[in-house]
Design a protein around this ligand. Structure first.
Ligand code: FAD
Length: 355
């Protein structure tokens, strides 16, 4: 049977788009590479409605958060497993910053997210700060587990193609895309940072950003919240914590895992006054775009080629909302994507695309 869509990439972008298509009863295949690295496979990922350093809400969080929660809850129900773990964030703030937070709670704009902290126990082991505040409706997603389970789900339902995708294998015949015997109306590239090699979307200004994480064991540290102070310390149960992350805009190779570790440990040692043991260390590459917004839509010169990328540092909260937008725009070609995320903001006439 002819497919409407061929999705390339089974990170969070490709997987959630595929899930939305499955729910909508669309015909699709998803190509999952056994070899290519992905940003989404580093186990757990945080989501947080507020940016502490700017004392502001994250971009579009009032719209993104409900869609995010509903989608992950729906997948949990469908697959019978838990992936989303709500847990508060907290950060040491100065007297002046606390005053600003309090004013914002009163003006109503933040009251959905902010909670005051009980500072008496929060300081255990973190003794060089004196005031904390707390943000709710935050937590983490067990992304590695979610992707592994969705992969099995799509395999079982006959949607999964396990292969490395090569651009030279694409054919364009009579308004259709062909690839290794698969025929589809539209191909949707969800390749994460690998998209820098995509010949159809050369003018998207990707800024792949390498990041590193460590896992520590710290028996005395409280596990009731995620600390966000120039880095995050996230409880994973059994006195294990994820600590990260670093941002390296110069390196694009996910293999080295030693460069930023010293920096991470230095920051951790400034925060934590408790003994800990390092258990693990990972690195990955975030698929960021120069204006730090997702990028999606069909190529204006060839409606059979589309992209969904640019999730950058916030794949957990961005992917559910924008996977849905991506699907709407694929199904209804008159659907208008927000200018801020529409691929058209980057494309110019110099791109050569087969028609
Ligand atoms: C260290 C670190 C910490 C992070 N922390 C957080 C966090 O706390 N919260 C948060 O929300 N986000 C976080 N992120 C960002 C988040 O991981 C990304 O936004 C998200 O994973 C991007 O998903 P993606 O699907 O766009 O790309 P990817 O996860 O990179 O997936 C791309 C997919 O395309 C496939 N692919 C590429 N080329 C081919 C090919 N030729 N053939 C077949 N398949 C191909 C890959 O195999 C992969 O499956 C972090 C990232 C890093 C590196």
């Amino acid at each position: 049977m002819e497919n409407q869509f061929l999705i390339v990439g089974q990170g969070i972008a490709g997987s959630l788009l595929a899930y939305d298509m499955y729910k909508a009863g669309l015909q699709f295949k998803i190509v999952s590479s056994p070899d290519e690295s992905m940003a989404s496979d580093l186990a757990t990922r945080r989501y947080n409605p507020a940016i502490f350093d700017k004392l502001a809400k994250n971009w579009n969080v009032d719209e993104l958060l409900p869609v995010m929660t509903n989608l992950y809850k729906d997948i949990e129900k469908e697959l019978g497993q838990q992936f989303l773990y709500p847990i508060d964030f907290t950060q040491p703030l100065s007297d002046k910053e606390i005053k600003v937070w309090n004013e914002r709670i009163f003006d109503g704009d933040f009251s959905d997210y902010m909670e005051s902290a009980d500072t008496s126990w929060i300081k255990r082991g973190i003794d060089n700060f004196n005031l904390f505040d707390r943000v709710g409706k935050s937590g983490y997603l067990d992304l590695a587990k979610l992707l592994a389970e969705l992969k099995s789900f799509f395999r079982e339902k006959g949607h999964l193609l396990e292969a490395n995708f090569k651009y030279q294998d694409i054919g364009f015949i009579n308004g259709h895309i062909t690839w290794r015997g698969v025929i589809a109306k539209t191909i949707v590239f969800c390749e994460g940072h690998h998209a820098t090699k995509n010949p159809y979307f050369k003018s998207i200004p990707f800024v792949p950003t390498k990041g590193e994480l460590i896992e520590i064991e710290c028996e005395e540290l409280a596990e009731e919240y995620i600390i966000d102070e120039n880095m995050f310390v996230m409880p994973m149960g059994n006195s294990h914590f994820k600590v990260g992350a670093t941002y390296d805009y110069s390196k694009q190779n996910g293999k080295s895992v030693i460069d930023s570790k010293a920096d991470l440990l230095e920051r951790l040692n400034q925060l934590l006054r408790l003994p800990y043991k390092i258990l693990n260390h990972w690195s990955g590459i975030r698929p960021a775009v120069s204006d730090r917004r997702p990028v999606l839509g069909c190529h204006p010169d060839n409606q059979h080629i589309a992209v969904f990328n640019g999730l950058g540092t916030k794949g957990v909260i961005l992917a559910p909302y924008f996977a849905r937008e991506m699907m709407y725009s694929l199904v209804n070609r008159n659907y208008i994507l927000d200018k801020e995320i529409d691929i058209r903001r980057f494309l110019n006439a110099s791109i050569e695309v087969p028609v």
